[in-house]
Design a binder for this molecule. Structure first.
Ligand SMILES: Nc1nc2c(ncn2[C@@H]2O[C@H](COP(=O)(O)OP(=O)(O)O[C@H]3O[C@H](CO)[C@@H](O)[C@H](O)[C@@H]3O)[C@@H](O)[C@H]2O)c(=O)[nH]1
Ligand SMILES: [Mg+2]
Length: 196
């Protein structure tokens, strides 16, 4: 059995765009499962790692979500102020540090425990992005600031407190359609009893 690494040889990389995030085109020699060498062309968007968190308040049985404008959604013609769990890029921080910072900036909640759940590739066909998923049990007393995002980054974030069952229904109605948000809400539905 061939080692996986020896099946892939990067022949060349060309930077197509180097703006907010770099986009490259690669040529690679790829040995397929029958042992034949194929030359492939693949584009990769070098999105850096990120983290997201489900804030769950067991006393009120609600989750804290954020609503903000997403241009890609707008360009597709979908309602573009979309509802998501708090999330952000790691910016060289450890995932847990990053998610504490993002939760504070976006929602004003000071997290006590943040429990790592899993990591996931959000779109592995084209994006290098890995997202680290967390859950944090919160209480109304943990909200020490307004949230809303950073003015200097022109973040314009609305904080929403929604009963978990209502949020679950909003997946069915199509009002919530962000992948990481759906994953965390479904995790919460499966594990709510352990969070009380
Ligand atoms: N100038 C500039 N600024 C940008 C650009 N893209 C994003 N920004 C700014 O950078 C901020 C990044 O905010 P974060 O909170 O760190 O990231 P996020 O956009 O919430 O990202 C999370 O959700 C995305 C959508 O699901 C994920 O793609 C991402 O990995 C992460 O989970 C944005 O609010 C915006 O102000 C850009 O192309 N140019
Ligand atoms: Mg964010």
């Amino acid at each position: 059995m061939m080692q996986p690494k020896s099946r892939v040889k990067i022949v060349s990389e060309e930077t197509l765009s180097n703006g907010w995030t770099r986009l490259s085109s690669y040529l690679l020699d790829y040995i397929d499962r029958r042992g034949a060498t194929q030359q492939l062309k693949r584009e990769v968007y070098h999105r850096t790692p990120a983290a997201c968190v489900l804030l769950y308040d067991p006393k009120r049985d609600l989750v804290v979500l954020v609503r903000q404008f997403r241009l890609a959604v707008h360009l597709n013609g979908d309602p573009a102020w979309i509802i998501e769990v708090p999330a952000g890029l790691l910016d060289d921080d450890h995932p847990e540090q990053a998610i504490r910072r993002e939760a504070m900036e976006e929602t004003g909640y000071q997290l006590r425990d943040a429990r790592f759940l899993f990591k996931c590739y959000t779109s592995p066909g084209a994006f290098a992005e890995v997202v680290h998923f967390f859950v944090s049990v919160i209480d109304i007393a943990d909200r020490v600031a307004e949230g809303g995002g950073l003015d200097e980054e022109h973040e314009d974030i609305e904080v929403l407190e929604i009963p978990l069952d209502e949020a679950a229904r909003m997946i069915e109605t199509g009002e919530i359609f962000d992948a990481k948000t759906i994953m965390l809400l479904q995790w919460a539905l499966l594990n709510r009893n352990k969070l009380r």
